[in-house]
Design a protein around this ligand. Structure first.
Ligand code: MSP
Length: 655
């Protein structure tokens, strides 16, 4: 089976951001999934360069549009590489292979009477690259709710494409093919839009020269949407290229909801007019919004550097977050806090932790050698049935382009596996001589569960399979979709390793308290110590932070810990965590900003003696210079400041 999937081609008027990345990551997950199914996949992305906004941006930077595009296109390519995007091709609309197809099609449509010359008078919105009728404007501005910017009146000789001629054919086609526009809410929107009447579309411009020339009338350049949409076939070598014959029609065009209209109306009509089969599915996803509610977009200035995010959290974690948070038919909420929360709970705690703790037990109880399992019990049977159910559910979700629910299903399996560890309590089995075979079965099941997780998550987090295969002592060939729900694949006798945690936990409290400095403390030891706890102790304890790497007594002696007397305390304005303290230590008064405000009222602190790290380099928190840190113990939601009760003066040493 062939599978042709595309993203929109992006305007390279600014660097890509995490919002734009969603479409490409989603398309990549689908492409990878189809490759795993054994389909012959062709995955296309690219850039839409012949737009007026590109000329404007390049002019603003006093540079040539092509040179400007070349630079930004490189950023796109770098981002896709950093996000492990596996596109087979990258088309730029300034390439000759694209331009010649656009010219051919324009000429053909003109010759058959579907394009005609007339005069255009209308309001043009450059950011949206769209003409609007006067009666559609809202208070004289662009009616696109996300734009609402100034429009300009344009009057010029133009070529027009007869959309109106195909209106009824298209309407009937959409009605008869419920799968054509997805999800259903977008299909309904499109039907309403077509019912309101299609107007012929202006497809050329004479007021600027940047773009593809109309071959028989070179003072015109082809207007952006007709030009852009054709990329989906020009990249395949339309009309007689091998790829075109092999891959067209597209199995799915994935895009944001804002551009479904162009794909569901203009594109099918171009194809109908050329007597070319229509793409099978046009899928419109929501947008990533910020907490404040706005779409993430460069023009809103709410864009975070995607490269920095990838560097900080890793491509797999970013991909997981983007795919997991965007529910079908609605928008997704993006914030770095949400991202860290997902990373810690789903990836570090649930997924990574299962892998570390179960491999640690194979290492501890069987020297890392996968044992031959004994007879399955009820729990193993249940896991096997669940794996079959999950495989089907994931397949069903991906058939309807819904990675979020596919991941939700996979995490049901992850949760069940974690429960299996607690239910089987291998640390108790290990203490009973007559439970040797049972322990073998449990340990073998662990390793099979890890293999299954590696296969299930492979399309979404492509960085994982090689890392997991290495832990399991397998080559990449162990990632076979058809074997997801088949058990007994892993050979007993295989040597496994504990390895490094796959997703180190991010210390979110430090992350939020530090606010503007955004210190991220990656705790490398978390999963390992927890696994040690499980293999060494019979009674499961609450989740503790791991004990940090050893230090010498000399290193400890560098810390100057002192008793300090709190003279005054007040909450820092506009924060709920921070308390500003004045403390007296060794005859001087210091200011300390401490993240304890949720746990203490100022009056409970004044006149108390606490322990201060007196020689910590000062740091600024919310504009206040904090000269040290006071010690507090915390577990979960409980926090207690360490207080000294004996009559010791401020300044006494703590050692
Ligand atoms: N060039 C046209 C597409 C032509 S396709 C023949 C275009 N480009 S774009 O760069 O403005 O947008 C490309 C895609 O990015 C769109 O699908 C758009 O919805 C998506 N996104 C831009 N910001 C986004 C978010 N904040 N969230 C999710 N998708 C976002 O339109």
């Amino acid at each position: 089976m062939k599978y042709y999937i595309t993203t929109p081609i992006f305007y390279p008027n600014s660097s890509p951001h995490i919002g734009t990345a969603y479409t490409t990551v989603a398309a990549d997950a689908l492409a990878r999934y189809h490759r795993l199914l054994g389909d012959e996949v062709y995955f296309l992305t690219g850039t839409d360069e012949n737009a007026q906004k590109i000329v404007r941006t390049a002019e603003a930077c006093s540079t040539d549009p092509k040179i400007y595009c070349d630079g930004v296109v490189e950023r796109f390519k770098e981002l896709w590489e950093a996000l492990d995007i596996s596109n087979d091709d990258f088309i730029r609309t300034t390439e000759e292979r694209h331009q010649k197809v656009v010219q051919q099609i324009f000429t053909k449509l003109y010759e058959q009477g579907d394009i005609y010359k007339s005069e255009y008078a209308g309001w043009y919105c450059t950011p949206c690259e769209t003409f609007w009728l006067e009666n559609k404007l809202i208070q004289g501005k662009c009616p696109n709710a996300d734009c609402n910017r100034e429009v300009e009146l344009l009057k010029e000789e133009s070529y027009f494409f007869r959309l109106s001629k195909y209106q009824n054919i298209l309407y009937k086609y959409i009605e008869e093919h419920p799968e054509f526009i997805q999800p259903t809410s977008r299909r309904n929107e499109m039907l309403r839009f077509i019912e309101s009447g299609l107007e012929d579309l202006c497809v050329s411009r004479t007021t600027f020269q940047w773009g593809i020339k109309v071959p028989f009338d070179p003072k015109h350049v082809v207007y952006v949407w007709l030009d852009a949409l054709i990329n989906y076939i020009s990249a395949l070598g339309f009309p007689d290229g091998e790829n075109y014959r092999r891959y067209w029609p597209a199995d799915v065009h994935i895009m944001g909801k804002d551009i479904v209209r162009f794909h569901a109306v203009i594109w099918p009509i171009i194809l109908l007019a050329l007597d070319i089969p229509l793409p099978k599915v046009i899928y419109g996803h929501g947008w990533y919004l910020t907490k404040e509610g706005g779409k993430i977009s460069k023009s809103r200035g709410n864009v975070q550097d995607s490269f920095e995010l990838i560097q900080r959290y890793g491509s797999d974690a970013i991909r997981y977050f983007l795919l997991r948070e965007m529910q079908v038919g609605s928008d997704g909420l993006y914030s770095e806090d949400n991202l860290v929360e997902r990373l810690n709970s789903d990836l570090a705690n649930d997924f990574g932790n299962f892998i570390s703790r179960s491999l640690a037990m194979v290492v501890k109880y069987r020297n890392g050698v996968v044992p031959r399992p004994g007879q399955d019990g009820v729990l193993e049977q249940e896991l096997k049935e669940l794996s079959q159910e999950i495989k089907k559910a994931v397949e069903k979700s991906l058939e309807v382009f819904d990675p979020a629910s596919a991941l939700e299903q996979i995490w049901r399996f992850v949760a069940r596996c974690n429960k299996y560890v607690d239910e089987t309590a291998p640390w108790s089995l290990a203490k009973q001589d007559n439970q040797r075979e049972r322990l073998d079965t449990v340990l073998y099941t662990f390793v099979e569960c890890i293999r299954i997780m590696a296969v299930l998550t492979a399309p979404f987090m492509p960085g994982l399979p090689p890392r997991i295969c290495a832990l399991l002592g397998l080559d990449k060939g162990c990632i076979r979709w058809e074997e997801v729900d088949q058990w007994g694949i892993l050979e007993p006798g295989t040597q496994v390793q504990k390895g490094e945690p796959l997703f180190p936990r991010i210390d979110i409290s430090q992350f939020t308290i530090a606010g503007e400095t955004k210190t991220v403390d990656q705790d490398q030891n978390m999963n390992q110590t927890q696994a040690q706890k499980e293999t060494g102790e019979a009674v499961p304890a609450p989740e503790f932070e791991p004990i940090k790497a050893e230090i010498s007594i000399d290193e400890f002696a560098k810390l100057d810990l002192r008793v300090a007397k709190i003279l005054s305390a007040e909450k820092v304005e506009k924060t709920d965590k921070l308390m500003k303290l004045e403390v007296e230590v060794a005859g001087v008064v210091r200011t300390v900003v401490s993240g304890i405000a949720k746990h203490y009222a100022p009056e409970d602190l004044v006149n108390q003696y606490v322990v201060l790290i007196a020689n910590l380099k000062p740091t600024k928190l919310r504009g206040i210079t904090s000269q040290g840190m006071i010690l507090a113990a915390s577990q979960g939601d409980v926090l207690e400041v360490l207080m000294v009760n004996k009559d010791l003066p401020g300044g006494a040493r703590v050692k």
